[in-house]
Design a protein around this ligand. Structure first.
Ligand SMILES: N[C@@H](CCC(=O)N[C@@H](CS)C(=O)NCC(=O)O)C(=O)O
Length: 233
């Protein structure tokens, strides 16, 4: 059976994996996980004991967790389409470096903003967290701006899974009003280009439960309950 991506709503970092699956254009299904409630079930603990999204159930019944690992799995499936590169090549190292940066520095820059958003009302602490978050998001944006000098895409001159992952995180800057992305012209250009991409339009529609037009790979949603037999243990 085709792979299944467990994606989280609202605003999951799994967004980039949906985009990558669309770019891959091979059959896949989606399983929608409402965060955090659906993650507290015993069934979801069988998918990911850490109770996070994304997770990718693959053909042999194994579940891959962690965005970087999922995206490299999809990149390998999509080498012919230019989504990734063969391990051992300089291009692979560069892509892996960008993914690692996004998955650590860029992702965690938003941590204080999410904390302020999710916590019980405590205005002074929330304001402190927001200041901290804006500062770290601005710094991470400046890194991306420098990375993009002379490059069309994050990992060079081809669109890769790094760009798919990036757009799922970069939208948080607007969501939290953390920075004005127009102050980072290369980054802003990439965001605009990606937002116009049909795979990104599709991923937004999926998250928002609007009619979504796939490039061809999407075989529909499947529920967690319907996956019981495919989930080991
Ligand atoms: N290191 C993990 C982090 C995944 C993660 O933090 N996912 C968030 C959504 S972006 C989540 O599932 N949070 C659980 C919750 O909100 O309850 C990865 O990169 O995949």
């Amino acid at each position: 059976m085709e792979p299944v991506l467990f994606y989280g709503v609202p605003q999951g970092c799994s967004f980039g994996s949906i985009v990558a699956l669309e770019w891959l254009n091979q059959p896949y299904r989606l399983c929608r996980i409402n965060m955090p409630e659906d993650m507290q079930t015993d069934l979801y603990a069988r998918v990911n004991p850490v109770r996070e999204t994304p997770a990718l159930l693959v053909e042999d019944g194994a579940v891959i967790t962690e965005s970087a690992a999922i995206l490299q799995n999809l990149a390998t499936r999509g080498i012919q389409r230019g989504l990734g590169f063969a391990q051992g090549t300089p291009q692979f190292d560069r892509l892996n470096q960008k993914l690692a940066f996004l998955n650590t520095t860029f992702f965690s820059a938003f941590g204080p903003l999410w904390k302020a958003y999710e916590m019980e009302a405590n205005p002074p602490v929330q304001e402190m967290l927001r200041d901290l978050g804006r500062e770290s998001v601005a710094k991470a944006h400046a890194h991306v701006e420098a990375m993009l000098a002379g490059h069309e895409w994050l990992a060079g001159d081809r669109r890769t899974v790094a760009d798919a992952y990036f757009i799922g995180l970069a939208r948080w800057a607007t969501y939290h009003r953390a920075v004005d992305q127009r102050e980072y012209p290369q980054l802003h250009r990439l965001v605009q280009r990606l937002e116009a991409d049909p795979a990104v339009v599709f991923a937004h529609a999926i998250e928002d439960e609007r009619p979504a037009t796939s490039a061809g790979g999407f075989r529909g949603h499947i529920t967690l309950e319907d996956l019981q037999l495919r989930l080991a243990g």
